[in-house]
Design a protein around this ligand. Structure first.
Ligand code: SF4
Ligand code: SF4
Length: 91
């Protein structure tokens, strides 16, 4: 079955709807941001190049860079668990 994309869950798994910038209208969320080629978030670029919905669907998940990212805070750890759950049915 084809996966549906929750536009407010970022490529890395972070929940944009819980972010103050999103709530205050400062940022439209990662998926709706118009990234420029020379200023694009690494997982966004990487997922788009691989044509995958998010890092949870990556064969290398979590890669070294993302491992570091997921260890940075509780919200990032939550993103990791979300990605584990999302990727679980495709591996
Ligand atoms: S790491 Fe990238 S995809 Fe994840 S929340 Fe930050 S900008 Fe969005
Ligand atoms: S986990 Fe995979 S898709 Fe995500 S940044 Fe790392 S290599 Fe790219």
């Amino acid at each position: 079955m084809e996966k549906t994309i929750n536009e407010l869950i970022a490529y890395c798994g972070v929940d944009c709807s819980a972010c103050p910038d999103y709530q205050n209208g400062v940022c439209p969320s990662c998926r709706r941001t118009e990234w420029t080629a020379d200023d694009i978030c690494m997982p966004v670029k990487c997922c788009r190049e691989k044509s995958i919905i998010s890092c949870g669907d990556c064969a290398d998940f979590p890669c070294g860079d993302m491992k570091e990212f997921y260890g940075e805070s509780e919200s990032h750890a939550e993103a990791y668990r979300r990605m584990l759950a999302a990727g679980g049915d495709s591996k």
